[in-house]
Design a protein around this ligand. Sequence first.
Ligand code: FAD
Length: 303
Amino acid sequence: MTTVHPALSYELYPPRSHASRESLLRTISELEHTNPDYVSVTYSGDAARKQNTLALLDYLVHETRLNPLAHLTCVGHSVAELERSVRLILGLGVRGFLALRGDIPDDGSQKLELPFARYLVDLIRRVEREDFAHLAAGKVSVGVAAYPQKHPESASTLQDIEILLSKQRAGADFAITQVFFDNDQYRGLVDAARPAGVTMPLVPGIMPVTSLKRLLKLTELAGLEVPRDLAYKLETATSKQELHQIGVDYALEQCKAVLDAGATGLHFYTFNEHEAVLDVIEHLDIPRYSNRFNLPLAELQFA
Ligand code: FAD
């Protein structure tokens, strides 16, 4: 019987300087050796950063063997601009999107033509239907966000589940979760979503965190509870090596827990760094340097 290993994917963000570009290219090359199923690229409505996202997607399609998944947000765009962006990204050769609303700036400067991610899923599916011939009748894969800890704007976790279901009904194929540090929250999401009718894969987003500063910034930005045990260990570590090991061990335990809870894939938030993620994967039953479907690709040859 063929063993199907968990799907593997990474999140990257577009670099903001020449130095970070060089380091990202090294990371991409290291991650490429692990044969991930896809690599997601974050997005911002800000014009300069949007260009960087497109440039990174272009690089991944044309210079690597990786399959990019393009994040896209409602924030910062009219419907017409979003349609253009979807077509532009499809034109680069990308065949997957993560449809997001984006974070609304506090200053009230944003009036959204598409107020929620669900409508962006609709829009991508509409473009897919209209561009049927260009896509050779193929499907575009559309993912959405899911939240193990309640989204800060939602009234309840029940509302989060209803919204997730509405995104699935609009045509989402899968969801990737917000980063989380309490595995019970992921189990809680799955246990509430399945009876409600959410059948799509809920891919856990895992981040090996190797610095207290990053942990505190991240939890503040995402509105997450600070994981006390991890924060304490990072705070009292006495060397860089110890910090690295703490982050790797914590993420590894999380991976084992979510796979036990039935997750069919692992999505790593990399922060454009490969060392910690590769150390986590090394200890999981995910074959590196081979394809995860155990197909004899090496035997495929032109006559
Ligand atoms: P939605 O699903 O639209 O939900 C937003 C809020 O509105 C929720 O509280 C929801 O309950 C509520 N809501 C939705 N529909 C309705 C309705 N019909 N009536 C009433 N309330 C409703 N942000 C970026 O800017 N760039 C990125 O690249 C990016 N990548 C991300 C990747 C992942 C895996 C995740 C989990 C998040 C990412 N984000 C990114 C952050 C995301 O944009 C924010 O979390 C944002 O606040 C919500 O986006 P959403 O797609 O979940 O929105």
